[in-house]
Design a protein around this ligand. Structure first.
Ligand code: Q46
Ligand code: ZN
Ligand code: ZN
Length: 329
């Protein structure tokens, strides 16, 4: 197999695009594709200051690398969830993000959940409402809250996440299986900041396959954490990813077609206005972030149920910076 551009031996063959490329042309092809998506969906402009949510995984670090290479001003944010699980998961992923940033002279903000709020995500999950919450639901809530706050307080124009096509197609399939209208309406490459205090969310890799981001990190020699978060095992997203991989195997391009046809159908009025079922947002009386919950937001209510632990010196919830959601809690 030969590179379509220069005829050298190909480093990757992408059946879905009927395209084979050598290493040198592949590592330029990914930024070109990303730039096309940024422009096509009007995600952000070169003058805007971006915050990239990095986890130490391949997708988010690849995204930060690509945005940096494309000349966008992007700082990173890493949220230390305090997950150890016998493998030092958070410590390892944090070190990889710090190493990535310092090697490129990029600005990384680190927010430690145990440091700022007194408990790790697994502990909060155990202690919340008699341990009925799963770590992932607590984690999602906390990350969205913190990231939205950092965006809002520090004047970032948008929060960029490393969600790739496999992530988006899996979530889409999951929500389509239950016709979860509210989630389907809000699934998009760009979520506009519909009110003050809400960060714009963008997914520049939404048309890039997971296999392609993995190949990019490898070819760019980006070190990332190979271990999955221990709580990801058995998640429904992984199940839907496997199903979609089987379809992709039979029909290369199936995932991309599924996702793009969904976006097109939405543009053509698949959903009636108001189909999101979203209620009005108001500012949480405690933290000031937008919420649809009556009274205080879910983030503030979550911590009310956790026994107080003395925070580390100098760190407090309101002083600390912070995945932004359209609705943060
Ligand atoms: S980090 Fe958090 Fe994920 Fe781990 S606890 Fe679940 S949600 S699986 S992206
Ligand atoms: Zn080539
Ligand atoms: Zn609140």
């Amino acid at each position: 197999m030969r590179c379509r551009t220069c005829g050298a031996p190909a480093a990757i063959n992408m059946r879905q695009h009927k395209l084979a490329l050598c290493r040198a042309h592949y590592v330029d092809w990914i930024p070109e594709q990303t730039e096309r998506a940024i422009e096509h969906y009007r995600m952000f402009t070169r003058g805007e200051k971006l915050l990239v949510a990095v986890s130490g995984g391949k997708d988010s670090l690849a995204l930060w690398d690509v945005l940096h290479r494309l000349g966008y001003g992007a700082d990173g944010i890493y949220i230390d969830l305090g997950i150890d699980a016998g493998i030092g998961y958070s410590a390892k992923s944090r070190a990889l993000c710090e190493q990535f940033a310092s090697a490129r002279g990029l600005q990384l903000q680190v927010v430690s959940v145990p440091g700022a709020y007194g408990s790790s995500i697994p502990d909060v999950a155990k202690q919340s409402v008699r341990g009925r919450r799963k770590p992932c639901s607590v984690c999602g809530l906390v990350k969205r809250h913190i990231m939205n706050r950092v965006c809002r307080e520090q004047g970032y124009a948008a929060l960029a996440t490393g969600h790739n096509l496999d992530d988006e197609a899996a979530v889409l399939l999951h929500n389509a299986m239950t016709w979860s209208g509210g989630y389907l309406v809000r699934q998009a490459p760009v979520l506009a900041a519909t009110r003050p205090g809400l960060a714009r969310k963008v997914k520049p890799f939404c048309r890039i396959y997971e296999r392609e981001t993995a190949a990019y990190t490898l070819m760019q020699k980006i070190e990332y954490i190979y271990d999955e978060c221990p709580y990801a095992t058995g998640s429904s997203t992984l199940y839907y990813k496997e199903l979609l991989n089987r379809m992709e195997e039979d029909r290369p391009g199936a995932k991309l077609q599924f996702y793009l046809a969904f976006l097109q159908a939405k543009d053509q009025g698949l959903f009636a206005p108001g189909a999101s079922g979203e209620s009005e947002l108001h500012d949480c009386p405690q933290c000031g972030q937008p919420t649809s919950a009556p009274g205080k937001c879910a983030f503030c209510r979550l911590w009310e149920n956790i026994p107080p632990v003395a925070p580390s010196p100098g760190l407090g919830p309101e002083k600390e910076p912070g995945d932004a959601g359209e609705e943060t809690s």
